[in-house]
Design a protein around this ligand. Sequence first.
Ligand code: ZN
Ligand code: ZN
Length: 160
Amino acid sequence: MEYMQAPASSTQGNILCSMCGIAIPPNPANMCVSCLRNKVDISEGIPKQVSVHFCRQCERYLQPPGTWLQCALESRELLALCLKKLKASVAKVRLIDAGFLWTEPHSKRIKMKLTIQKEVMNGAILQQVFVVEFVVQPQMCEDCHRVEAKDFWKAVVQVR
Ligand SMILES: [Zn+2]
Ligand SMILES: [Zn+2]
């Protein structure tokens, strides 16, 4: 994990950190930034494992509620699609960077490395790097379903 320290403010009216005892400007947690970083997980609430649905027939990913998008592995499009899945929880922090980590193509896993920041107190900004794993679940899209149903009926007709 990496963190950034906020610029030091006035030393007037300092309190002692309740954990390590160094002098710090008063804050609601009564803790210095380095103690806080050990205590606070700013990625809390962001799911670390999410599923994405993928149609193997047409090689498209589902962007809920009902859009299927063709996107290459490690493409910007796939990144955007994956980020949308986290949108509600990521909206509570500042997203600094997002990128894919290499995964074995047959692993059916997409790993994304996220860097986020959050102001925790008196302008102290914590930065955290973590990984979200997207599990690729096979699901046939509506279009392919329709084609398959049509082929089925064609086959039935031919048999007769
Ligand atoms: Zn401390
Ligand atoms: Zn399909």
